[in-house]
Write a protein that binds this ligand. Structure first.
Ligand SMILES: *Cc1c(COP(=O)(O)O)cnc(C)c1O
Length: 356
C-alpha cells in the first residue's frame, strides 16, 4: 500500500471533515527499529526506537503541523505563526508552503540549530529573532494571534496534539500491543500529552487491552516539571527542550500520574553520551534532545528499575542533521589530514605489508 499521510490514514481519529484538505508530505509511518546491542546491556526485555527524524522535515512536529495547517486552510486563514526552538518553524514553514499560506516564525536569538534555521529560510518563512528566550517568543505569538487574523500553530493549538497522537497509534499497530514503557524527551510537553491521549483513545476503542507507563525526560538545566516550578533561564545543549515553562504542563503531569510513570531529568553529559551511543552502536543519528529518551532509560537502568522483561520504546524525536554544529564540535580534531599520495594514505592507515 502507498502511505497516504496521517490525515488520510488516521482520518477517523482526527478532526477531518468533508471540507478539510487532505494535505500531506507523507508524514508518519516512521520506522520502529529494534535495538541490536543496547537492549541487552540495559537489562530490558526488548528495546525499540521510533525514529521520528524520518518525517519529511526531520522531526515529529510534522504530524501535528499537517493537521494544524490543514485546519487553518479549511478555516480560510492566510497567515500562520509560531514561536519555535527550531523544529516547529521548519515544519510550519514547509506545510504552510504546501498549503499556499504564508508563515511567520519567532525564534530565540542565537539559540536555534543551523539545520532548522536553514529549513525555515528555504521555505520562505518570515523569520524574526527575538532578543529573549522561547518563552518570550511564545508570549508574543499568543498576543498577536489573539488580536490579529493570524493562525497560531504552536502546540497549544489543539490540532497539533491531535496530529501528534497518531505516533502512539503506530506504536500499537506495529507492536501489535502497547509497550510496557514509552520514553520520550519533554520540552513544551505537547508530545507526552499527545502520546498519552493516543494510547488512551486506542484503549477506549478496544484496539488494545493495556496502557504503557509514560517516562518523560527533561534536561537538568531545563526541568520545570521535575522541580514543580518554572525555570527562569533554561539551559541545555538540547535546544529543542530548552523550555522553562511548558505550555502543556497539566497534560504532562496527567500522563505521568494516570499511567503510573515518571518525569525525571538527565544531564547534558548523559544526553550527549546517549546521542553518541545511538550513532555508534545502533546506526541512528539523532539531535541531542531526542537522545534524552535513551539517556533517561540508561539512568533508570543504573537505578535498577528494570527486570529483564520490559518492552521499552524510546521516541527519537528529531534527526541528527538538524544540529550539525554540536555533532562536529564533539568530534573536533578527529579528521586526519594526509598528502594526496597513495603511499601516504597506506602509511597513515598502518596497512603496511608488501607494495601491490
Ligand atoms: C519539539 C521537540 C521536542 C519536545 O517536544 P514537546 O512537545 O515540546 O515536549 C523534543 N525533541 C525534538 C527534536 C523536538 O523538536
Amino acid at each position: 500500500m502507498r502511505w497516504p499521510g496521517i490525515l488520510a490514514y488516521f482520518a477517523e481519529y482526527l478532526p477531518v471533515t468533508a471540507a478539510t484538505p487532505l494535505l500531506t508530505l507523507e508524514e508518519g509511518n516512521t520506522p520502529l527499529i529494534r535495538s541490536t546491542s543496547l537492549e541487552k546491556r540495559l537489562g530490558v526485555g526488548a528495546l525499540f526506537f521510533k525514529f521520528e527524524g524520518m518525517n519529511p522535515t526531520g522531526s515529529f512536529k510534522d504530524r501535528g503541523m499537517v493537521v494544524a495547517i490543514a485546519k487553518a486552510k479549511e478555516e480560510g486563514k492566510e497567515v500562520v505563526m509560531c514561536a519555535s526552538t527550531g523544529n516547529t518553524s521548519a515544519s510550519a514553514a514547509a506545510y504552510a508552503r504546501r498549503a499556499g499560506l504564508s508563515c511567520i516564525v519567532l525564534i530565540p536569538q542565537g539559540k536555534i540549530a543551523l539545520g532548522k534555521l536553514s529549513q525555515a529560510l528555504m521555505h520562505g518563512a518570515r523569520v524574526l529573532a527575538v532578543r529573549g528566550n522561547f518563552d518570550d517568543a511564545l508570549r508574543i505569538v499568543r498576543f498577536i494571534t489573539a488580536n490579529y487574523p493570524v493562525a497560531l500553530v504552536n502546540s497549544i493549538n489543539p490540532y497539533r496534539i491531535e496530529g501528534q497522537k497518531t505516533a502512539a497509534f503506530e506504536v500499537v499497530e506495529w507492536l501489535e500491543g502497547v509497550p510496557d514503557i514509552l520514553a520520550l524527551p519533554v520540552g513544551n510537553a505537547g508530545n507526552i500529552t499527545a502520546y498519552w491521549r493516543g494510547f488512551k483513545e486506542f484503549f477506549e476503542r478496544g484496539k488494545t487491552r493495556a496502557l504503557p507507563k509514560m517516562f518523560g525526560f527533561q534536561a537538568e538545566g531545563a526541568c520545570p516539571l521535575v522541580l514543580g516550578k518554572p525555570v527562569e533561564n533554561p539551559q541545555t545543549v538540547a535546544t529543542a527542550i530548552r523550555i522553562g515553562n511548558p505550555a502543556s504542563w497539566k497534560g504532562a503531569i496527567a500522563a505521568r500520574d494516570e499511567s503510573g510513570g515518571l518525569i525525571d531529568a538527565v544531564s547534558d553529559e548523559e544526553i550527549l553520551l546517549a546521542q553518541r551511543m545511538l550513532a555508534e552502536e545502533e546506526g541512528l543519528f539523532v539531535e541531542p534532545a531526542s537522545a534524552a529518551s535513551l539517556a533517561g532509560i540508561m539512568k533508570k537502568a543504573r537505578e535498577g528499575v528494570f527486570r529483564g522483561k520490559e518492552t521499552v520504546v524510546c521516541i527519537l524525536t528529531g534527526h541528527g542533521l538538524k544540529d550539525p554544529d554540536i555533532a562536529v564540535r564533539q568530534n573536533e580534531g578527529k579528521i586526519e589530514e594526509v598528502e594526496p599520495r597513495e603511499e601516504a594514505v597506506v602509511e597513515l592507515l598502518g596497512l603496511g605489508g608488501e607494495r601491490p
